[in-house]
Design a protein around this ligand. Sequence first.
Ligand code: SAH
Length: 247
Amino acid sequence: MTGATPAWPPHSLPRLFVDQALAEGASVTVDGNYLAAVLRLGPGDRVKLFDDRTGEWLAEIVEAGRKRVTLRVGERLRQREDVPDLWLVFAPVKRGRIDWLVEKATELGAARLQPVLTRRTIVDRLNLERLRAHAVEAAEQCERTALPALDEPRKLEALLREWPADRLLYFADEGGGERFAPASGPAAILIGPEGGFTEEERAAIRALPQARAVSLGPRILRADTAALAAVALWMAAAGDWSRHGER
Ligand code: SAH
């Protein structure tokens, strides 16, 4: 053992989202499957909890059953983070890919995930509960203290009509656009469906004063690849990646 790595709190503690406001001394009951049945934890074992409201807390298991585990909340480890102000507006793609997209966009740090229905969107029924479960799992794993907001799907026209005046809309246009050089400030990235946008849609998006048509290079990317490439570029340039580990 060296003294270089702080032993407390251990990095490897299981981390769980709970949908209730946490506070020191509070008692929390969660489903026993993961903590007791899968991880085989019992009384005295510690886990980290976060609630998307107050931050992240250390908690100790008081009682563990296969059905239910009860924990007592201890000290607060972190305040809820300020999530970089980036929305990902994306046309739903098929099941495996959209699950992956939600998971990765959560890991990369998006604040809001907004499904958008376009002319060529082929998936029109979305299981938001399933997507939310993927976002929660990704947030647990990547140590987010805030979940991304996940919205009901909306039609492209309605979104454009009500687009906030102060939010830039980076429109990933496979037909070509500016080099993607994100500016600071509230922003969103718009990604089309596998079939792309129609000409009318491209024109309508480009007509929005807040829109910037950007290129993600000479290759045609799949929608999920395009979304994540764009989120990564935005995070590195205008998000919080540069603040990590800053001295
Ligand atoms: N079927 C279309 C491609 C759609 S790709 C075609 O053949 O033209 C799905 C979405 O990913 C696009 O609507 C766009 O938003 C994004 N995208 C893919 N490649 C891109 C690129 N090189 N630059 C900008 N956006 C891209």
